[in-house]
Design a protein around this ligand. Structure first.
Ligand SMILES: [Zn+2]
Length: 405
C-alpha cells in the first residue's frame, strides 16, 4: 500500500502510509496525518500546536477482495493557546466523528443497498446490521429533509395501516409525479396538522384531492383547500365495495352450518379478486360459489358492474347515469351491503363524477403504492425504527420493487 494507492482505492488524502499489519483476513494499515497546522475548531484561532496522544483510532476502509481493511490512525490533539481547548484532530476520511468507517464505505453501502437487504449488506461488508441501517437512514434524512411541494396540482391523501405496533399513518402524495409529500402519524384530519400551513400556500394551485370514501379527510380538504374538488377515485370506490362484500361474506358464513362454513372459509380472495385476474379453475369455482350463495353472488356481480362503469363511461354525464342505475339495482336487490353502498354513492355522487371531470386522475398507482408499503413492513418486521420506516416510504417511489428492500 502506498500513499497514492490509499488515495485512489480508499479516498484517503493527507495521510502518510507507514506499515501494514496482517491478522487473518484483515489488513491493518498504519497511517499518520501529514497536516502541519490546523485552526482551533472552537475559536478558529491559528495559535495552535499539534500534539501526539500516543493513541490510535481504527477506521474501517473498503475491503480488498476477501480482505477486510482497517486504517489505524495515530491521533493528535489540537492545543489552542487562545481558548485553552484541546480537541482531537478530526479524521476527514472518516464518515463522522462518532463512527468507525470511512466515507467511501458509506458510498459503497448505499450502492449495495439498491440490490441487497440490510442483512446481506451487513454480511458482505462485515459491518453490523445497525450500522448499515444508520448509514442509509442518515442519507435518507438528508435527502428528504425538506420535501418540496413544487408544482403539485393533484393530491392523494390516504391512510395506511402499518400493523399493530405502528398503527396508522396518513400519506399525502403528488398524484402526477407519485412523490410522497408528507407522512403524518395516525389518521383523519388531525394527522395532517403540520402539513396544513405548507399546503395552504399552494392552495390556489391544487385542482383536486383524491381521498377515500370513509369521509375521514373531506372536512379537512373543504377547510384547508376550499377551491379544490374532492375526488373519490376508482381505487377507493372498489376498496370500499370490497370491504362491504367481505362483511357480507363473514355474515353469510356465520349463518351457515359447519359443513358449509368450510366451503366459504378461505374464499376471501376468490370473492374479492378482480375477475380477469382469476385462473380458469378459480373462475369456475367463483361461478359455483355465486350459484350456491345467492346474495354473495349478486354482490360480486354488482362489484364487476361497478368496475365496468369505470371501464366504459367516458364522460361525467354517462358516469352519473350509470351510477344512478347501479344504485337503483342495488336498492331493489334487498341485500343490505349493496343498499348501504348505494346510499354512500348517492351521497358522494359529485365526488365520484369529479373523477371524470379531472380526466380520470388516478391513484391507480395508489393501490400499487399501498401494496409496496405493506410489503416494506412485512419485509422488515425489524423496522422498529419509525423514523427510518417513514424515510423508506418517502423513498418508495424511487425504488424498483425487488425481492429485497
Ligand atoms: Zn481555540
Amino acid at each position: 500500500m502506498t500513499t497514492s494507492c490509499l488515495y485512489h482505492t480508499q479516498g484517503i488524502r493527507g495521510y502518510q502510509y507507514q506499515k501494514t499489519e496482517r491478522t487473518g483476513l484483515t489488513e491493518i494499515y498504519h497511517l499518520h496525518s501529514t497536516t502541519h497546522s490546523l485552526r482551533c475548531p472552537c475559536c478558529r484561532s491559528e495559535a495552535t500546536t499539534l500534539v501526539k496522544t500516543g493513541k490510535s483510532r481504527d477506521i474501517r476502509g473498503l475491503s480488498i477482495g476477501f480482505k477486510r481493511t482497517i486504517m489505524r490512525v495515530y491521533t493528535r490533539r489540537i492545543l489552542c493557546r487562545d481558548c485553552g481547548h484541546s480537541p482531537q484532530e478530526p479524521i476527514d476520511f472518516c464518515a463522522a466523528a462518532y463512527v468507525s468507517y470511512s466515507k467511501w464505505v458509506v458510498k459503497f453501502v448505499l450502492a449495495l443497498r439498491r440490490a441487497m437487504s440490510i442483512r446481506e449488506v451487513a454480511q458482505f461488508t462485515g459491518l453490523n446490521w445497525e450500522s448499515v441501517k444508520n448509514i442509509e437512514k442518515k442519507y435518507l434524512s438528508k435527502k428528504y429533509k425538506t420535501v418540496r411541494l413544487g408544482d403539485v396540482e393533484y393530491l392523494g391523501i390516504d391512510e395506511v395501516y402499518l400493523g399493530k405496533k405502528l398503527g396508522y399513518i396518513t400519506v399525502v402524495r403528488d398524484l402526477d409525479t407519485g412523490a410522497v409529500l408528507y407522512i403524518g402519524n395516525g389518521k383523519g384530519g388531525d394527522s395532517l396538522k403540520p402539513f396544513r400551513s405548507r399546503i395552504r400556500r399552494k392552495a390556489k394551485r391544487i385542482k383536486a384531492v383524491a381521498i377515500d370514501m370513509a369521509n375521514s379527510y373531506s372536512a379537512w380538504v373543504a377547510e384547508v383547500l376550499p377551491d379544490a374538488d374532492i375526488v373519490y377515485d376508482h381505487f377507493h370506490v372498489i376498496k370500499l365495495m370490497n370491504e362491504r362484500m367481505d362483511g357480507l361474506r363473514k355474515s353469510t358464513m356465520n349463518k351457515l352450518a359447519d359443513e358449509q362454513k368450510k366451503e366459504l372459509k378461505g374464499k376471501r380472495f376468490l370473492i374479492l379478486r378482480n375477475q380477469e385476474n382469476l385462473s380458469p379453475e378459480a373462475a369456475q369455482e367463483l361461478k359455483k360459489l355465486r350459484f350456491e350463495f345467492k346474495d354473495l353472488g349478486t354482490a360480486s356481480m354488482m362489484k364487476e358492474y361497478l368496475r365496468n362503469i369505470y371501464r366504459m363511461a367516458d364522460s361525467c354525464e354517462l358516469a352519473r347515469t350509470a351510477f344512478m342505475l347501479w344504485c337503483e339495482k342495488a336498492e331493489t336487490s334487498g341485500i343490505a351491503c349493496l343498499k348501504q353502498m348505494a346510499k354512500t354513492i348517492r351521497k358522494r355522487i359529485e365526488g365520484l363524477v369529479s373523477f371524470w371531470k379531472h380526466h380520470r386522475i388516478t391513484s391507480a398507482s395508489q393501490e400499487g403504492f399501498n401494496n409496496k408499503i405493506g410489503w416494506l413492513t412485512r419485509q422488515a418486521y425489524g423496522y422498529k425504527d419509525e423514523k427510518y420506516l417513514h424515510l423508506k416510504i418517502y423513498d418508495l417511489p424511487n425504488l424498483q420493487t425487488r425481492k429485497y428492500l
